[in-house]
Ligand binder design. Sequence first.
Ligand code: URA
Length: 182
Amino acid sequence: MDMETLRRSCGACDKCRLAETRTNVVFGVGSEDADLMFVGEAPGENEDLSGIPFVGRAGKLLDSYLTAVGIDRDSVYIANILKCRPPKNRDPLPDEEDACMPYLREQVRLIRPKIIVCLGRIAAMRLIKPDFKITQEHGVWFRRGSFEMSAFYHPSALLRDPRKREDMLNDMQALAEKLKTL
Ligand code: URA
């Protein structure tokens, strides 16, 4: 399956209850031959309205880190575990993640990134390990098959707790260095 076919099938998805409340499916954005892929949790209000991941306040903060360390947002791929917004931004339910994961798996298969960075605990628990502890393990690198994987703080967590921002900058700087060695 190619990316356009996948995008179209995802756009018509009704595999879970979120199909009833979404405005737009938020499939993913960026370069289809990216070395680096970011995976967040689920669309928020601005993403649901625009159909583009990480465009709200959290997204703007993510952009500022990318700019700070010299990573071009257009050169990476950005997606989420869930393609549809959960009502009132509640946490994804397990059956919603199960229903949605095949889309992300197929995106990863098509893009074949070398590095996958989870944004926040929810993505890390799903993609790296179920008992991932974001406070202790953010910025730690894990090898999973052909992928180097890590999880960083979710930008929304940085909006709530600015004391985490220094750690985020360090993690982003290490990521930028790693990208240069590919
Ligand atoms: N938070 C996420 O996890 N993903 C988005 O796309 C926006 C906010």
